[in-house]
Design a binder for this molecule. Structure first.
Ligand code: PLP
Length: 455
């Protein structure tokens, strides 16, 4: 049982971590993006122990995945029990009850009226690929619209919609034809003459006045895919009015609305799905990440009438793996019992604390998010909002040095995406570490381009 979090005992990386990293450099793809040298040995709740015995407070959750914390005993038990029965049978060619039960459970919590059907894959990108194919198949239309800043995955279909970092697209073109992008209503960076709602309306107008007028006929658009809260793009929350407007617009033209809840779903936002905050019902919702506490699983859920493609049109050998389904059923039970509520409560506390840090650290330009999906956008100047990109990277590293795991999001935001089991006390520890890390970075940069802190 890990009792003290965090606890740093060696220099980082320690000797054992260093050895693993050296071996990794010989054999593992160079495309991975490791911000700091964490080599995990085991985890428990919101604690991660590295191979040298250092203990970290986990505010990254394996990129917003381990919803129930690391190795929650109920999830592990469900995995072991299922593994002892059978590991695989392929739910595409055979039947097994855990996949059916998961379909029923997901239908019970879906943010759209039923009846529903679910397609089971292994990851977020696969869930979005399935959604894209389904939308095209159902509508018999071939174009799709997504948003600048979006991240929907890295396989070719999803990547065509992804418009987050250029490194993710560069060198891989041509991508799938018939994909168009519109501006996403970033309230923090809206033009000065706009309110968040009027800026949302302007972004929606772009779709009708520009895209539908000049480049693509709306009756040839199958779907609009949207993250209700942009994740990789910087933890940017779409105003409710934007999601409502998008729903109206898609309905007007017979276009399907796909909510990518891969990162924002499964309780992370303080509701089971982030679209519920706006009360907007999509036609298709995609899920992955937190859905099975770390076991690979992606789900595309749609109205049953939409998901009526015939046998053979889409399938996956491993999709809906029975062990992943068992992990997901245990995860959903925990989410429904306490963890969605905990995400709202502890998330509120963490957000309030992060907002308070703004009084001390001028480097923080904006604090936003919902539940335990919180972004701190760092800027060199609050007036010009110049992006503090190198400072953001430095803050992430300073947090690591002090025993806290966080990740960046977008060009200059720090994201807090801890397991949903985070306690108020752990949230306070996170705020203390963040405070120290920001102080260290501001201290290093003082005399350069950063304004002094106010302490
Ligand atoms: N959609 C969103 C909103 C995501 O945040 C991600 C991953 O970060 C994906 C899709 C892709 O998921 P995966 O990495 O499991 O393919």
């Amino acid at each position: 049982m890990i009792t003290t979090i965090p606890e740093i005992k060696t220099t980082l990386p320690g000797p054992k971590a260093k050895a693993v990293i050296e071996r990794d450099a010989q054999v593992v793809s160079t495309s991975y993006t490791r911000d700091y040298p964490l080599v995990m040995a085991r985890g428990e709740g919101a604690a991660v122990e590295d191979v040298d015995g250092n203990i970290f407070l986990d505010c990254a959750a394996g990129i917003a995945v381990t919803a129930t914390g690391h190795s929650h005993p109920d999830v592990v038990k469900a995995i072991v029990e299922q593994a002892q029965k059978f590991l695989h049978m392929s739910g595409t060619d055979f039947y097994y009850e855990p996949q059916v039960r998961l379909g029923e459970e997901l239908s019970a919590i879906a943010p759209l009226k039923g009846p529903h059907r679910s397609f089971f894959g292994n990851s977020g990108t696969e869930a979005n690929e399935a959604a894209l194919k389904l939308a095209k198949y159902y509508t018999k239309r071939h174009n799709v619209i997504a948003f600048f800043g979006a991240f929907h995955g890295r396989t070719m279909g999803s990547l065509s919609l992804t418009a987050s970092k250029i490194t993710q697209r560069k060198g891989f073109g041509p991508l799938v034809p018939g994909t168009f992008h519109a501006p996403y209503p970033d309230s923090y960076r809206r033009p000065a003459n706009h309110t968040p709602d009027s800026w949302s309306a302007e972004c929606l107008r772009f779709i009708e006045d520009q895209l539908f007028t000049h480049v693509v006929s709306p009756d040839e658009v199958a779907a609009v895919m949207v993250e209700p809260i942009q994740g990789e793009g910087g933890y940017i929350v779409a105003p409710d009015s934007f999601l409502h407007g998008l729903r109206e617009l898609t309905r007007k033209y017979g276009i399907l609305l796909i909510a990518d809840e891969v990162q924002s779903g499964m309780g992370r936002s303080g509701k089971m799905f982030a679209v519920e905050h706006a009360g907007v019902e999509p036609d298709i919702v995609t899920m992955a990440k937190g859905i099975a506490s770390g076991m690979p699983l992606g789900v595309t859920l749609a109205r049953a009438e939409v998901m009526s493609w015939p046998p053979g049109t889409h399938a996956s050998t491993f999709g809906g793996n029975p062990v992943s389904c068992a992990a997901s059923l245990a995860t959903l039970k925990l989410l429904r019992a306490t963890l969605v509520r905990n995400a709202a409560e502890v998330g509120g506390h963490l957000m309030a604390g992060a907002r308070e840090l703004m009084n001390k650290h001028r480097l923080i330009g904006d604090v936003r998010g919902r539940g335990l999906m919180i972004g701190l956008e760092l800027v060199r100047d609050r007036e010009s909002k110049e992006r503090a990109t190198t400072e953001r990277d430095a803050v992430v590293k300073e947090c690591f040095k002090r025993g806290m795991l966080v990740l960046g999001a977008g060009r200059n935001a720090v994201r807090l995406s801890p397991p949903l089991v985070l306690t108020t006390q752990q949230a306070d520890t996170a705020l203390e570490i963040l405070d120290e890390a920001l102080t260290a970075v501001e201290h290093d940069a003082r005399g350069a381009h950063l304004p002094p802190t106010q302490d």
